[in-house]
Design a protein around this ligand. Structure first.
Ligand SMILES: Nc1ncnc2c1ncn2[C@@H]1O[C@H](COP(=O)(O)OP(=O)(O)O)[C@@H](O)[C@H]1O
Ligand SMILES: [Mg+2]
Length: 398
């Protein structure tokens, strides 16, 4: 299709406005393109439709806020709680936790768990009328960079609530000796307002426990925390986050009604993350497939830094990349130049394999254990026709 980039931009702008009639027209365009056999344009337009759909279904405004939640409204002029001696803030207030960021990419299972928790809050009147309280505390744990903080913010956004964000490591390290009092102050503040209390870096508490000098202090802190969590359970929602669940005090662990483990993203989730982080650049499915394959073992934030590096290569080669569809073969070329510096990929040999000659790459992808590459997609990636790939495979079978 001629002028695909311009058409794509037009569609994107139109779809963002959210008009149903416009969407129908874009769907018609896609169907025509498919009939005409223009698969590149069909995929590009389809990608736009899908990402707009996702953004629309997850809009925070779609969730009805619980009406029976008590407390004052938290507004911009209210200052966060602070340490009485040093004057340092104990938390940060985030009025719009959804911000401009897209919702996190989660596995279906996790998405389901969150949905049911959020529904309890949206409909808590029903639950309370039969004497049951909605879930009021949730602990999110998992490896660094898996989207825990993003997900907690998303929970608050879906509920239409601001976040009182406390980093426990900050509270503990800077105010040793006054930690218990500061925790009390923090919870008092959170209980006064309608908000989600987010306790990030929650394992900081455990680090303190390693210090034999601090035994008395730890007891005081743990007790204060347990009491504070119990009181808060009747008043509002608390989300805690930790990278090291095993370090948590068992009594504190038990206080949380829902525990969510954030896994490393599986291949399908990595594909979605790549598609999202690559925007506004779009790529063919075979390229997304390759990126997911090559990034085995990466966390969400590693996928993000990988995408940024790749985008840099692609942009440097083509200064007008902003709204362009990048060929699968260009993505492979960029991946061949990508050298992991910070990413913690489990299996870097996959990236190394992509630096081999085309025949070896074809064999690796087609015979890779859990791969679902087809000769067609490998042909696209290598910029060859399918007959060539087919011939190569016959010449050198597995
Ligand atoms: N599941 C995910 N969905 C969307 N973005 C993610 C996901 N996991 C990681 N990220 C990206 O990585 C960055 C770090 O995520 P973050 O929530 O701070 O991780 P954690 O709190 O688990 O260490 C985020 O800004 C986001 O861009
Ligand atoms: Mg975090």
């Amino acid at each position: 299709m001629e002028h695909l980039a311009v058409v794509q931009s037009l569609c994107r702008v139109g779809l963002e406005a959210g008009d149903e009639k416009f969407r129908k027209q874009v769907e018609r365009l896609r169907d025509r393109l498919r009939k005409a056999g223009d698969m590149e344009a069909t995929e590009a337009i389809d990608g736009l439709l899908a990402s707009q759909q996702r953004a629309a279904t997850l809009q925070p405004s779609r969730v009805e806020l619980s009406r029976s939640l008590a407390g004052e409204r938290l507004i911009g002029t209210i200052n966060p709680p602070f340490d009485k001696e040093s004057g340092a803030p104990l938390a940060q207030i985030v009025l719009e936790p959804g911000g401009a960021t897209l919702p996190p990419v989660l596995t279906d299972e996790l998405e389901g768990a969150l949905d049911s928790m959020l529904r309890e809050w949206a409909d808590d009147g029903k639950l309370r009328s039969i004497g049951i309280a909605p879930t009021h505390s949730c602990l999110i744990f998992g490896a660094p960079g898996t989207g825990k903080t993003v997900t907690a913010m998303h929970i608050a956004a879906r509920l239409g609530l601001p976040v009182v964000l406390a980093r426990l490591d900050g509270i503990m390290s800077s105010f040793l000796g006054t930690t218990a009092r500061n925790i009390g102050t923090l919870f008092e503040f959170a209980n006064r307002y309608r908000c989600v209390l987010l306790l990030d870096e929650f394992d900081a508490l455990a680090k303190l426990r390693d210090d034999p000098q601090e035994v008395g202090e730890i007891k005081r802190v743990v007790n204060t925390l347990l009491q504070s969590l119990d009181v808060r359970a009747l008043l509002g929602l608390t989300v805690a986050i930790t990278n090291h669940p095993r370090l948590l005090d068992p009594a504190i662990w038990r206080r949380f009604e829902v525990k969510i483990e954030m896994p490393l993203p599986p291949a399908t989730a990595r594909e979605r993350l790549f598609a999202e982080f690559l925007a506004p650049v779009t790529v063919q499915d075979s390229a997304l497939h390759l990126l997911a394959w090559a990034s085995d073992g990466a966390s969400g934030s590693e996928v993000r830094s990988m995408t940024h590096a790749l985008k840099r290569y692609l942009v440097l080669e083509k200064p007008d990349i902003a709204h362009v569809h990048v060929e699968a073969s260009e993505v492979l070329a960029a991946l061949r130049r990508y050298h992991v510096t910070s990413a913690n990929l489990e299996d870097r040999t996959r990236l190394a394999a992509l630096r081999e000659d085309p025949r070896t790459i074809a064999r690796t992808l087609l015979y890779s254990a859990e791969s679902s590459f087809t000769q067609g997609s490998v042909a696209q990636l290598l910029g060859k026709d399918q007959a060539t790939i087919s011939r190569w495979m016959k010449e050198e079978p597995a």
